[in-house]
Design a protein around this ligand. Structure first.
Ligand code: NAD
Ligand code: WQD
Length: 341
């Protein structure tokens, strides 16, 4: 049986991906230091799948411990590397933490993969690498220029992509698929796993669901004076289960066919841009719950509008986001209610 090493596998996107991998017949080894997730996530995964993934509480940047662990697992055929710190604001305040965690983890992981003869890597990147694309690059495809990062977090994703590219160039056995996610939202339809924001959420959806649940007084919509139809920012919100499934497709592709290029890049989004105001209105409509909100000034560093051209992923991977935004918002709400139980 083929096993996938999933770093950050108890996190938001990782846990949904572990479910999809196991339901597709893979064995999984999760490595997570639980810095932004908790061990109960494994119970949720087990309830959904009927089996428990192997788990090691470890820092991916701890090279000796990773070596020791992987000596015990000889059946790993690919690695999906989710483990990273991801709070943009925190990265501005603590850049060294972000460079250490996000860059060192990858370097060590690639080293240990090479030692163990593991040649397949799927990496979590972000649409943040495109910054604000110019008009002719909207929707954004993979040929759009990479722009200077707006935060240390964004910079770590660019550096990570470069490290993978350089290593694949130097080591002819490494294959990598770099997935650039747009805005993942929602939760598993079982409401047994979902996003677990730490403290006050920075991202829109957890703030919306916590406000709807009465845990926050009101949502602040950051700006209604952008050059968009209703003045609020536009993003491509992608259902987390759709996103998780793309990882299974990527792993299967690496195992079954020779990649066209040694490193492949895919934008993972729906192809549809929605504004903040549209998200709030649709959430209220599908849940029947009001989200008290006010319009405030722009948030520093926000991109005005960005959404994906996902045709490369559709055509080459044969993957497509299928969930409607209505069902996705409902899944986020059901997860919030589960958390508040
Ligand atoms: P998350 O914080 O929920 O999951 C990351 C997991 O990695 C957590 O469980 C955390 O405990 C673990 N982790 C962090 N550093 C570690 C380390 N050194 N060793 C072991 N475990 C470690 O985040 P997520 O939203 O699931 O994001 C997963 C990946 O996708 C990240 O690389 C993130 O940068 C990327 N990404 C996320 C988004 C998003 O909006 N959520 C968008 C684009 C890209
Ligand atoms: C979405 C929209 C806000 C909160 C960030 C990272 C990016 C990526 C995903 C990983 C924006 C508006 C939000 C609120 C609001 N992560 N908003 N009130 O900014 O697209 O991207 O997360 O790679 O790197 O920068 O996502 O969810 O923070 O915001 O009005 O309380 O919602 O202004 O327009 P963003 P977000």
């Amino acid at each position: 049986m083929a096993r996938i090493l999933v770093t950050g596998g108890t996190g938001y996107i990782g846990s949904h991906t572990v479910v999809e991998l196991m339901q597709s017949g893979f064995e999984v080894l999760i490595v997570d230091n639980l810095s932004n997730s908790n061990i109960q996530v494994l119970d949720g995964i087990e309830k959904i799948v009927g089996r428990r993934p192997d788990f090691a509480q470890l820092d991916v940047a701890d090279l000796p411990k990773m070596r020791e662990l992987l000596e015990k697992y000889t059946d790993i055929v690919a690695v999906i590397h989710f483990a990273a710190s991801k709070a943009v604001g925190e990265s501005v305040e603590k850049p060294l933490l972000y460079y250490r965690n996000n860059v060192l983890s990858l370097v060590n992981l690639l080293e240990v993969m090479k030692e163990r003869g593991i040649t397949n890597l799927v990496f979590s990147s972000s649409c943040t690498v495109y910054g604000q694309p110019s008009k002719e690059h909207l929707p954004v495809d993979e040929t759009a220029p990479i722009q200077p990062a707006l935060s240390p977090y964004g910079n770590t994703k660019q550096i990570n992509e470069e490290i993978i590219r350089d290593e694949a160039h130097a080591d002819s056995s490494l294959n990598a698929i770099i997935l650039r996610y747009f805005n993942p939202i929602g939760a598993h339809p079982s409401a047994l796993i979902g996003e677990l924001p730490n403290g006050v959420p920075n991202n829109l959806l957890p703030f919306v669901t916590q406000t709807a649940a009465g845990l926050r007084k009101e949502l602040k919509i950051f700006g209604n004076d952008y050059n968009t139809p209703d003045g609020s920012c536009i993003r491509d919100y992608i259902n987390v289960v759709d996103l998780a499934k793309a990882h299974v497709v990527a792993v299967n592709r690496m195992l079954k066919v020779e990649l066209r290029d040694r490193v492949e890049y895919f934008n993972l989004g729906t192809g549809r841009g929605l504004s903040v105001i549209e998200i709030v209105d649709t959430f209220e409509k599908v849940t029947g719950v009001k989200v008290p909100h006010t319009i405030v000034g722009r948030r520093e560093g926000d991109i005005e509008k960005v959404w994906a051209d996902p045709r490369k992923a559709n055509e080459v991977l044969g993957w497509k986001a299928t969930a409607t935004v209505e069902e996705t918002l409902l899944s986020a709400w059901n997860w919030q209610r589960h958390l508040s139980e």
